[in-house]
Design a binder for this molecule. Sequence first.
Ligand code: F6P
Length: 569
Amino acid sequence: MSTSPVDPTTTPAWGELYGHYQEFRGDLRGWFADDPGRAERMSHTAGDLFVDLSKNLATDETLELLVRLAREVHLPERIEAMFTGEHINVTEDRAVLHTALRRAPGTQPPLVVDGQDVDADVAAVLDQVSAFADDVRSGGWTGITGKPVRTVVNIGIGGSDLGPVMAYEALRPYLLHGLEVRFVSNIDPTDVAQKTAGLDPETTLFIVASKTFGTLETLTNARLARAWLWEQLIAQGAIEDDADAKQAAVRAHFVAVSTALDKVEAFGIDPANAFGFWDWVGGRYSVDSAIGTSLAIAFGPDAFRELLAGFRAVDEHFRSTPLERNVPALMGLLNVWYVNFLGGHTHAVLPYAQQLHRFPAYLQQLTMESNGKSVRWDGSHVTTQTGEVFWGEPGTNGQHAFYQLIHQGTQLVPADFIAFANPAYPLTDTEGDGKTVPAGADVHELFLANFFAQTKALAFGKTADEVRAEGTAEDLVSARTFSGNRPTTSIMAPALTPSVLGQLVALYEHVTFTQGVVWGIDSFDQWGVELGKKLALEVAPAVSGDDAALDAQDASTQSLIRYYRDRRG
Ligand code: F6P
């Protein structure tokens, strides 16, 4: 297929969307009052996800035009190109095949890309990870002194951390009793110091997770962890202070996940305990690869395969559902509508599930590292605004923090609300408060009532007349009036199971892809993070005392480094 992106602004659909926008007036109250079928018509399912788009600032015409835009920028063809392994990561000349990590076992014909039998390779690594996870869970894998593993420490950053930590927190109720996973990511030494504090080295297993095995933070933390292991084992008299014992300790307490298996071996890790993946899996799309080894250990290989099956359900939906009912495509297109026409520059993700407290952070990398670009995949400049800022916190906490701005501020903040019908911990408030909360109240229902109430308040607001009718003094009426027309998407599922988590992640992967295709950008490279990495290495000598290196810095950087050097302990 052609590698030239279509300039969306030159398409007929864009022109019509612009005309539509000029006459557009959001009126969720009126639309719902006049159209009893709106909620049903604009609600769709993808796997177990029920997605209500009806509280978005969009009419049927808006959606029709957006779908036309998707066709005119060849979204269906790009979807097919991704699933079949074309090199749609143009700037790195790579296929983009995270969807291959979750294809149904035995799918025919097998996926062969660039001469690689992708299905066979994926299955082999998944089997290897599963066998290893079972070994650790059963106590078959032991540390240097023969004790089973109690704590797994995943060392990684970015996609090698955010996905596993998000999923670990989300699925904690499924955790094998007696096992704990900790995550070290930051090169701030506090992170490794705090995460190793209190651990028994004899029962600790480190997973060094790094696609490239060249990331400064991860390799530094891995060396710190290795030094900690040796020091602790020697101090406990568990090993001798000699090279052979140290090497044996590393082989018993470190495994790795990487595409660079030669570097893994150089670190001292037994290559038999290195789980591979491939350059066609982007870091932020890798939680479903061997990068999820910590999850397979924590929750078991079966749960990990369920997670993959969840991803697959939404992959199949995205690949085969007509755009008019295609949930990731519609959500992505609505985001384009907000960014490029209605002036929304941020997007809130508000899970009403404490277990999803790291989901917004995970989505920040997925969406912003993918679509925070100003050139298109052919090197030309974009012709529109691109990636919006994703952010969020779990409800109801956010309600008591930043919702004020979403309700009554001057900025348009489209928001995704996510909730589950069944809680992980069904609890009852046996006493109640004697007033609004009755004795025996189901706390999950109180929680969900907030979820439903917020999207309702944002959509329909409260008019000045309604405020007056409550007896509010005239001088307070405007402060207590809510404009409404604040757009939300509600996403519900029966429960936060491994499968549903996979579905949610796949949903956002494909939302992100859809937006990237419209904007003509390569959502799979991340050149923007390279400069900072390179400069950090250049600046490091100046920080640690090299005056010539200090003199080479700009005046502001020199002054900041001097501030540090004058005060360091
Ligand atoms: O931040 C840039 C980045 O390359 C991410 O895309 C990636 O997830 C992260 O660094 C970690 O990279 P690696 O897994 O190679 O250590």
